[in-house]
Design a protein. Structure first.
Length: 246
């Protein structure tokens, strides 16, 4: 009986391996077309919203609760009454992005690969006073070599470089004296792009959004091994505060 079972297991594994695609080391585009984006809501008077940028795949596939949990924490920790409590999703297919002072992009399973039109719209958004936070999920390290040049290409005249710890981003409302890296591929710094002394883009390789995502759920157990909740949310609050006050 044991011999028969082993023989069956051998046949099954042989079949499975012969029908599995060889790993390419590249991310795979999810099958099917993107679902239509929900209409961008009309905000109440004096309300300010944080927008989430979608490029190549459904926002619901990549840390879907991260921006919502960040919004909730910012409101609870600061007492701000005018922060719109719901998520807003934007794309680079139209000019809706210009309605929002801060936009979050969480790296997807595909390379960023901005088209010329998308790059131009994002560039105009930042030159016009917008703020972009790009968070790289460390579970997709294979996409890191492509992501950084894409970010730099948005504003090639301004260098993407490490942000010093004495920057106002790390001083208000919370004082942050140390950047806590993700335990998988993380860095002890963030990078940014400044225009005329104003930080317009922040790039993180520490997956803070994975901690935002898993808050009050399973703990920081994402494959990227993100930093713990309190640090991640303090950084997030500072990020939103800086974007809305500069």
């Amino acid at each position: 009986m044991r011999i028969i079972a082993l023989a069956f297991l051998f046949v099954f594994l042989t079949f499975a391996l012969s029908h599995s695609p060889a790993p390419s080391g590249e991310a795979v585009l999810p099958e099917g077309e993107l679902e239509p984006l929900p209409p961008v809501p009309k905000l109440p008077p004096h309300a300010v919203a944080i927008a989430r940028l979608r490029l190549r795949e459904s926002t619901l596939r990549v840390d879907p609760m991260s921006d919502f949990n960040l919004i909730r924490n910012v409101s609870e920790r600061t007492g701000w009454q005018h922060l719109y409590p719901n998520r807003v999703i934007v794309s680079l297919d139209n000019d809706e992005i210009f309605r929002f002072p801060i936009v979050i992009f969480v790296s997807e399973h595909q390379p960023m690969n901005l088209t010329a039109a998308e790059r131009d719209r994002l560039r105009r958004y930042l030159l016009g006073g917008g703020f972009l936070f790009v968070s790289e999920c460390s579970a997709k390290l294979r996409l890191r070599p492509e992501l950084r040049p894409e970010i730099q290409g948005i504003l090639p005249e301004a260098k993407l470089k490490p942000i010093p710890l004495n920057h106002p981003l790390y001083r208000v409302p919370y004082r942050i004296d140390k950047i806590v890296p993700a335990r998988r591929g993380g860095k002890t710094f963030h990078e940014g792009i400044e225009l005329d002394g104003r930080l317009v883009l922040v790039y993180s390789q520490n997956a803070e959004e994975c901690s935002w995502q898993s808050w009050r759920w399973t703990g920081p157990m994402c494959a990227c091994l993100p930093p713990e909740f309190e640090y991640a949310f303090r950084f997030g609050v500072n990020l939103v505060y800086y974007a809305l006050t500069h």
